[in-house]
Design a protein. Structure first.
Length: 272
């Protein structure tokens, strides 16, 4: 039975992700433009990123005013309840800017520093993924009735694994990541690049990918998707012996995780 607090957090995360997803899907202006940039001129923020984060934080604060927040677009409060929300209001902003469908809203809740609830809504897919710590991961979709429990794929040999990754917007980092991918491609089935870390992590959970790795992620990129992947049976981490960090995040089915992680360490995927 789900803890009543976790059930409350899950319901609120679902509602926040749903409303933000609808805003982004239905409210996207035809003349959408870049509102700001972050790490480089091609790492962009749109007015819709900002509007979606304001919607999420306002909704959650209305129901749980003592909780803390960490959001990609600037929300940062400590709170006093032991609960902190980690929010990426639009993961895959460049996809969204160009009208590509692979983007998502990611909402996670931490309790005393540990992620306990995660929801990722991918409106253009008509899919929502969620997990509660220790209770498994599930997804709903217009393609089927009700929810389905998620499970990562049975582990193939690494040379038959389909792996996804992402690239940074800082040129020097991106160039190094391309070198790592070039070395990895001959050793796996193939590499995909969706443009949304949250979607990639959920695709590992749903058995659509055998593995995923990326350097340069932030807590809001990872929090919900990492929990969903783990609760679906995937292994997640970073460099050997570490959890996922900005240096390196890896998620894969159990038999793929260790050889993929080992190759990434050998290739220096975590540094220039």
């Amino acid at each position: 039975m789900t803890d009543p607090l976790h059930a409350e957090l899950l319901q609120l995360a679902h509602e926040a992700a749903r409303r933000a997803g609808e805003l982004l899907r239905d409210g996207r202006p035809a003349d959408l433009a870049v509102a700001a940039t972050k790490s480089s001129p091609i790492d962009v923020v749109t007015e819709m990123d900002i509007a979606a984060e304001k919607l999420i934080t306002a909704l959650i604060a209305e129901h749980r005013p003592d909780d803390g927040f960490l959001g990609e677009e600037g929300a940062a409060t400590e709170g006093s309840s032991g609960i902190r929300w980690i929010v990426d209001p639009l993961d895959g902003t460049v996809n969204y800017l160009y009208g590509l469908p692979t983007w998502a809203v990611s909402v996670a809740a931490e309790q005393d520093g540990e992620t306990v609830v995660g929801v990722v809504a991918a409106p253009m897919r008509g899919e929502t993924y969620h997990a509660v710590r220790g209770r498994g991961a599930r997804a709903s979709s217009g393609a089927w009735v009700g929810e389905r429990r998620l499970a990562c794929r049975p582990s193939p040999p690494l040379d038959q694994a389909l792996v996804s990754t992402g690239f940074n917007y800082v040129t020097e980092v991106k160039t190094h990541q391309a070198d790592v991918a070039q070395r990895l491609i001959p050793l796996v089935r193939d590499i995909r690049r969706s443009g949304s870390a949250a979607v990639d992590l959920c695709d590992v959970a749903a058995g659509r990918l055998d593995g995923y790795y990326e350097r340069g992620l932030h807590p809001w990129d990872l929090a919900a998707g990492d929990l969903i992947a783990r609760e679906a049976g995937a292994v997640t981490g970073g460099r050997p012996g570490e959890g996922p960090t900005g240096d390196l995040a890896v998620a894969a089915s159990p038999g793929v995780f260790e050889p993929l992680q080992r190759l990434l360490e050998d290739f220096g995927a975590w540094h220039d």
